[in-house]
Design a protein around this ligand. Structure first.
Ligand code: 5GP
Ligand code: ZN
Length: 137
């Protein structure tokens, strides 16, 4: 897609620091890392977000993310990693070319992703919300 920065990076039109490439993906350093070694998995074929990916491409992302996270732990001494896919502006997606963050987490750091305030449901609310989701599937 024209004028898409991640299309240009994934397809080599813009140079990047890359740790992995195959026919479907290029994996590059995030330009403003949440932690040292923060990676982005970029599909080479443009898709606005995860909902627009082919199932075939989507199925390859989680195994690749796990492999990259394991390498971050082995090579960088990370003690864990977050796999994050922001989808839609409301969820914090700022670049509208689907990408998966693999963020290494180091000892002593506060969790930066799963640190939301814990909410609760009123009586019957969970069941009715569940019903709405089931209907939409
Ligand atoms: P989002 O908020 O859309 O999930 O994440 C977009 C990510 O892309 C951000 O973490 C941001 O730092 C990164 N980013 C934005 N522009 C560039 C760029 O030109 N090159 C690289 N490598 N990363 C970028
Ligand atoms: Zn693109």
């Amino acid at each position: 897609m024209d004028n898409c920065i991640f299309c240009m990076i994934a397809n080599g039109q813009i140079p990047s620091t890359s740790v992995y490439e195959d026919e479907d993906f290029k994996v590059v350093f995030d330009i403003a890392p949440a932690a040292k070694g923060h990676l982005l998995i970029l599909p080479k074929a443009h898709a606005d977000n995860v909902c627009d990916l082919s199932e075939e491409t989507a199925a390859k992302i989680m195994p690749l993310a796990a492999k990259l996270g394991s390498a971050q732990m082995k090579a960088l001494g990370a003690k864990g990693f977050n796999i994050v896919v922001n989808t839609g502006e409301a969820a914090g997606q700022t670049v509208m070319h689907c990408h998966t963050h693999v963020i290494p987490r180091y000892e002593g750091e506060a969790p930066i992703v799963a640190n939301w305030a814990q909410g609760s449901y009123a009586d019957g609310e969970a069941a009715s919300i569940a019903q709405a989701i089931v209907k939409a599937l």
